[in-house]
Design a protein. Structure first.
Length: 1181
């Protein structure tokens, strides 16, 4: 009755309040979480209940007071809110809570509400900057004091330039503070869609779909997103998922119609041909083949304007412009999608323009000047900002000997695009035809580079015969020959004749700078600017000089001495370049200092759609490189995708995408892309050509990779550590010496080895140089790691280790107590493309002696020694102790992605077993995985490992093996933390032992408090659970002698520390855990076939053959302490040792070991971190 009353009382308490923690601080935090949850989901009853309990717990809690004030404001109890604020102000004047609640009350006063209304009106009118300024002037710049006001504030701020990323970051923070708020999640998803972060947005939408309050909002968001996606197999799957996720939604009928239409299209070969044609054009593949696919689609869909537009594009790319114009005109007339329509308008205008230019050129070449004139004039009207048509008109005038008219056209083209090479050449040609003097004056007015174009057009004739012109001519020739000293003499003399000529000053400063006379070069411009400081041309020349000298900020400063209204187009272009370079310099400085995130933020901030495409691509390439450097592969791939949108045939972006796939472990996809779009990089771009080689190697095509890199090496003339490293990676494992020779050359070029140490190769110096350093850049780090791995893989080693273990279990003497001595001789050597090993172990097992009675016999539950009862006349077994000795033979091999071993249980044991395992491993989407199939011994006890013979019946039993599969998963990017998990299922069998089954699940998280190459401090959390079908932990006949609870659960907190220097490596570990276990009752003699033999041996007496061994439930605290140390003795020998102590309720194993390792080749590289001694073969998993 008492239990029923208690249960009824508990049933009246809300479940959320039953879940509260017991600790006071934890209870306070939990109640605050409940308050924020109630505010987010508009559950005022939850807020009220949680506030009441928090006031009882802490009457003066500031957070409780602020939550009460917010609630009073929400319910429009303003007077109560003011009273509560008075209490808050009395308790904590000028605290953050005090200031925030004061702002809340101000916003809800008459004047504050009026201000807020004005701000809302400004925002509604699209005047977001003014709205934000007004908001911050009235209420300050702090975080808004409530969720509702925060959403309002960020809605305004999100509409300002460059504020979207900041808005999203703050919304994510609010989402953690106020989980489940439909309005917040909707706003967050909308902003993520705006930022083109569609995967994140959809993840938020799917969270919303799981809550009844936000389900309809989620459906609307997802419907709007999917409606904008092009028809494809992916869109069909997405709409199918939509119908499954939102049954009965208001959009259901429309979605079903959309889905039916899309399924019909995607199942039509003609439609798919059209999509293939479009895709080929987007990827800039063969336009003729794209044309065939588009015409096939148009035969089935003759009214599809999009297909017509793309057909026009395919024809234009083949030079068939008249046909292209015809199709594009149809597309413009019929297209309904305004976004695509603008594309066809632009493409039609461009195609018509180039068609006119083509007609003009053909007519001019044929001498039909009237037709050429008409074509060029029409082209100039079509695109008045493009100088090419004006140049064409000038060429027509020149052909007609109308030189003044030609000059007008050429000068008009020059004003449209100053510094255009074609315009400079045309004017030079014209002025040369008029008079040498006119030509000389024109050439003298040009910058040095443009003078080269003019000279080439003029056939190299001298511009004049005056002394100044002669000096100019001589200086120009000296500059072209890079005779900087001669140019300095000539230009210095010329400047005496024309001291105010900015281009003479510019050329002289350049000649001085190229001789390392930077101060004198600066003095030249200082002299010029002292007289011409307000002249735009002088400042322009100075800006160009500073730009060439890498002083972008100084270039901006000098250019800005001239009012912007006086700038010509060239000065404006220089200003843009310098501004951009300042941003690039700042971002690179941040990256060099290690602040990659800051560098990326700076560079992202200057990306703009109106930038030239080439600049955008360059910036995106840099961002992708930094993202990969910081291991953010998703961001890197996103940048590559943006490049390919801008320029679908960008080789380096496509190659970068392939490299990201490789780094994620998506090798098959990477190989397919390499085969479909093999990167074609010109032979003169030596540094870039190595990347395809590395990619081919990563997907397994090492021969192809080696050919590519060898070609690069032949063309390379300067030191290049990266090239030699990549070439070494291509060398087959069987040619390890060749690979190490390449690595030595790479280390020489990286400054890690001297030339004498690199060739011929000094192995001691090479391995010493392979020791890791925290200050290494990525190249040195990769070189050291590669040498460490390759050298050790090719160098044979022999290890001799003595391992001694003992344990005192909570059981009967002579049964569960066990000491184990294992002497191992382990040889490791290169085998094929991997690493092989061979091992011999001498194993000795010793159990404690049995407790005997006065007759020298024992009746322990071992074999049939405990068999007795009615009809059994002779019971018990002779005293003594069980022992087992044997020799294990094992061999194995490890390669890339696979490892295997095979061996025996110790020969000489009572029960013999063949053992072994095969493991496949890899990495997918950044997740490391391994799958192991194995047959391993259960070495829990002498019985389970070696087997035994029953002293009474002579029956052998034991020698249990576990056969099954284990899946391992892990994620560790080498940063501060990582996670791991393991799942296993095994069948357990032994000689004359009942069969059993086991499944295990384990997982953990760890965090590195210290994370350096020679020191690591790690803390973590682990959890594991086991389940065995049968409790076969007994030692009687038919039992297995291994721990096999039906339920086992444990949690642990491990802490480890590892440290090393050149000659020592130390590892310390401790852990504390708690476990729960339950074991069921089990028959003492569980195996019927063996029971018959027992009964027959005792003359048919049944005795206690049907007896039961009782199960148990236990729980308790356990701990582990471990220490390992390793010492380098010389170039070949290493000595190591350690111990492990483990204590729990009824299980206390201990272990001590000592080992000596010999390397056949000298080794002065890293000692292992942590120390990694051999494991006995019985402990392989």
């Amino acid at each position: 009755m008492r239990k029923l009353t208690t249960l009824l009382c508990l049933s009246a308490v809300p479940l959320t309040l039953l879940a509260q923690p017991a600790d006071r601080s934890e209870q306070r935090e939990w109640l605050m979480q409940q308050i924020r949850l109630g505010e987010a989901t508009h559950r005022e009853s939850l807020v009220e209940d949680s506030l009441a309990r928090l006031r009882l717990l802490e009457p003066n809690n500031l957070d409780a007071l602020t939550a009460s004030i917010r609630q009073a404001v929400r319910t429009r109890e303003i007077d109560r809110a003011r009273q509560l604020y008075a209490d808050l102000h009395r308790l904590a004047p000028d605290s953050p809570q005090d200031r925030q609640m004061l702002r809340l009350l101000e916003m809800n006063s008459g004047e504050g509400e009026q201000t807020l209304q004005q701000i809302r009106l400004l925002a509604t009118a699209g005047r977001f900057e003014e709205a934000l300024t007004r908001y911050e002037a009235a209420f300050g710049k702090g975080e808004p004091p409530s969720l509702e006001l925060a959403l309002e504030y960020w809605r305004i701020r999100s509409r300002l330039p460059d504020q979207l990323p900041t808005t999203i970051d703050h919304l994510y923070t609010l989402d953690k503070q106020y989980p489940g708020s439909p309005e917040l999640q909707q706003f967050l998803a909308e902003q993520l869609f705006r930022a083109k972060r569609n995967d994140e947005a959809l993840a938020v939408v799917k969270r919303m779909a799981g809550e009844s309050q936000s389900r309809n909002l989620a459906a609307g968001l997802e419907y709007a997103y999917l409606s904008k996606q092009p028809v494809s197999d992916a869109s069909v799957r997405a709409w199918q998922a939509f119908l499954e996720r939102y049954p009965g939604d208001a959009h259901q009928v429309q979605v079903q119609e959309l889905l039916a239409g899309q399924q019909k299209l995607t199942g039509d070969p003609a439609w798919r041909a059209g999509q293939l044609g479009i895709r080929m054009l987007v990827e800039k593949r063969t336009p003729a083949l794209a044309e065939r696919n588009l015409r096939k689609a148009l035969a089935a869909y003759p009214k599809d304007a999009t297909l017509k537009g793309y057909l026009g594009l395919a024809l234009a790319r083949q030079g068939r412009r008249q046909e292209a114009v015809d199709w594009l005109k149809q597309a413009v007339a019929e297209e309904q999608d305004t976004y695509i329509l603008s594309k066809w308008h632009e493409l039609l205008a461009s195609t018509e323009y180039w068609l006119l230019m083509q007609r003009g050129r053909q007519a001019l070449n044929a001498g039909n000047y009237n037709v050429a004139q008409q074509a060029y004039e029409e082209a100039a009207r079509r695109d008045p900002k493009e100088p090419l048509a004006l140049l064409g008109l000038g060429n027509v005038a020149m052909a007609r000997k109308q030189l003044p008219r030609a000059e007008q056209y050429y000068l008009q083209a020059s004003r449209l695009q100053p510094g255009n090479e074609n315009t400079v050449r045309a004017l030079s040609w014209l002025y040369q035809a008029q008079s040498p003097a006119r030509y000389s004056r024109y050439v003298a007015s040009l910058p040095a580079k443009q003078r080269q174009w003019a000279a080439q057009s003029a056939g190299g004739q001298s511009p004049g015969s005056s002394q100044l012109e002669l000096l100019r001519s001589q200086a120009r020739q000296s500059l072209e020959r890079q005779d900087w000293a001669g140019a300095e003499r000539q230009l210095s003399q010329a400047r005496q004749l024309a001291p105010n000529d900015p281009w003479l000053a510019s050329d002289l400063a350049r000649a001085l700078r190229m001789q390392g006379k930077g101060q004198q070069a600066d003095a030249v411009f200082a002299d010029l600017l002292s007289r011409q400081g307000q002249e735009p041309t002088a400042r322009f020349a100075h800006g160009l000089y500073l730009e060439a000298d890498g002083r972008s900020q100084a270039g901006l400063d000098t250019l800005e001495q001239v009012p912007a209204r006086q700038w010509n187009d060239s000065m404006q272009a220089l200003h843009k370049r310098l501004q951009r370079q300042v941003v690039l310099d700042r971002s690179r400085a941040l990256a060099d200092s290690g602040d990659i995130a800051g560098a990326m933020a700076v560079l992202e901030g200057q990306l703009a759609a109106n930038q030239p495409v080439a600049q955008q691509i360059g910036d995106l390439q840099q961002l992708a490189g930094w993202a990969r450097q910081s291991a953010d592969l998703s961001a890197a791939d996103g940048y590559y995708s943006r490049i390919l949108i801008l320029q679908p045939d960008d080789t380096l972006a496509r190659l970068g995408h392939i490299e990201v796939l490789i780094e994620r472990g998506e090798i098959t996809a990477a190989r397919q892309l390499l085969q479909q779009h093999e990167p074609q990089i010109p032979v003169d771009r030596v540094d870039e050509r190595r990347r395809p080689g590395n990619a081919w190697a990563a997907v397994g095509e090492r021969d192809k990779a080696r050919v590519l890199l060898a070609d690069v090496a032949r063309r390379k003339t300067s030191p290049d550590a990266l090239l030699y490293r990549d070439l070494a990676r291509m060398v087959p494992n069987a040619q390890a010496d060749q690979a190490l020779d390449y690595y030595a050359l790479a280390m020489r070029d990286a400054g890690l080895l001297s030339a004498e140490q690199a060739s011929p190769r000094d192995d001691i110096a090479l391995t010493r140089a392979s020791r890791a350093k925290d200050e290494d850049d990525w190249l040195r780090q990769s070189l050291r790691q590669d040498v460490d791995k390759r050298y050790q893989r090719q160098s044979p080693t022999v290890t001799v280790q003595q391992d001694y273990g003992w344990r005192d279990n909570d059981g009967a003497e002579g049964i569960s107590d066990l000491s184990t001595s294992t002497t191992m001789v382990h040889a490791q050597m290169p085998v094929g493309d991997g690493l092989g090993f061979a091992r011999v172990e001498q194993v000795g097992l010793r159990a404690a002696s049995f407790d005997t009675d006065a007759d020298g016999r024992h009746h322990e539950a071992f074999g049939s020694c405990s068999f007795g009862g009615e009809g059994v006349t002779s019971t018990g077994c002779p005293g003594g102790k069980e022992t087992a000795d044997g020799v294990t033979l094992a061999a194995g091999w490890q390669g890339d992605g696979i490892s295997a071993d095979i061996g025996t249980s110790p020969m000489g044991f009572e029960v013999q077993n063949l053992l072994g395992g095969v493991t496949f491993d890899g990495k997918t989407h950044g997740i490391g995985w391994s799958l192991t199939g194995s047959r391993r011994p259960m070495n829990n006890s002498l019985l389970s490992y070696a087997g035994a013979e029953d002293p009474r019946t002579g029956i052998s039993w034991g020698g249990v093996t576990a056969t099954g599969l284990t899946l391992g998963l892990s994620r560790d990017r080498g940063l501060d933390d990582g996670v791991w998990a393991s799942l296993g299922y095994h069948w357990l069998q032994g000689k004359n032992v009942e069969d059993n089954k086991r499944w295990r699940a384990m997982g953990g998280y760890y965090y590195r408090l210290i994370n350096r190459v020679d020191e690591e401090l790690r803390i973590g959390a682990t959890a594991m659970t086991w389940h065995y079908d049968r409790n076969l932990g007994g030692y009687t006949l038919g039992q297995g002698g291994y721990y096999s609870p039906q339920r086992y659960l444990s949690f642990g907190v491990p802490v480890s520390y590892a440290w090393r220097n050149p000659d020592w490596s130390v590892y310390l570990e401790g852990s504390l855990g708690y476990s729960w276990a339950r074991s069921d009752d089990e028959r003492t003699f569980p195996l019927s076939s063996v029971n018959d033999d027992i009964v027959n041996h005792y003359g048919g007496a049944q005795g206690n053959i049907d007896g039961t061994r009782e199960g148990d439930n236990n729980q308790g605290l356990g701990y582990l302490a471990q220490a390992m140390v390793e010492r380098r003795l010389d170039d070949h020998w290493v000595l190591g040792g350690g111990f492990t102590l483990q204590r729990s309720e009824d299980y206390s194993p201990n272990r001590a070991l000592l080992y000596l390792r010999y390397s056949f080749d000298p080794w002065q590289g890293n000692l292992p971190l942590p120390v990694n001694p051999l494991k006995p073969y019985a402990e392989f998993r």
